[in-house]
Unconditional design. Structure first.
Length: 134
């Protein structure tokens, strides 16, 4: 977690977490200048969501591997075991050089995002309606 605010660049300090927040967040930070609040999620929360993420650092910059690498370490733990036994694919984090299993599929970079496909269809329908009839 950076020690500076992403909004104004001010210094961050930790604030108190409620009992419920302790289950979801490792820490909650507040900017002293602009009072912006940011949080650091727990590692198990990276296993939820539509796309795979590194279970250690949470980055989305991962690559898919065909076989385990002998040099880089393998992520251990119960959730990684469950992902592997559920038929998950092997992934590798580019930043922390960690190998892990995940059952979710990587997003296709060539296909437009979910909202963009609808916008393109609406724009083409609007262009067709406004075009002069021949």
């Amino acid at each position: 977690m950076p020690r500076t605010c992403t909004q104004c660049g001010g210094h961050l300090h930790r604030i108190h977490r409620t009992f419920i927040e302790r289950f979801s967040y490792l820490a909650i930070y507040e900017c002293r200048d602009c009072k912006d609040i940011s949080s650091l999620p727990r590692h198990f929360r990276y296993h939820f969501g539509p796309i795979p993420r590194c279970p250690k650092c949470g980055t989305l910059r991962i690559t898919k591997l065909k076989s385990p690498d002998r040099i880089d370490p393998m992520h251990t733990g119960f959730l990684n075991f469950l992902e592997r036994s559920a038929g998950g694919a092997l992934f590798h984090c580019k930043f922390c050089r960690l190998q892990f299993y995940d059952r979710r599929r990587m997003p296709d970079k060539t296909a437009p995002a979910e909202g963009e496909a609808e916008k393109v269809a609406e724009a083409s329908a609007a262009d067709a309606a406004s075009a002069p009839a021949e």
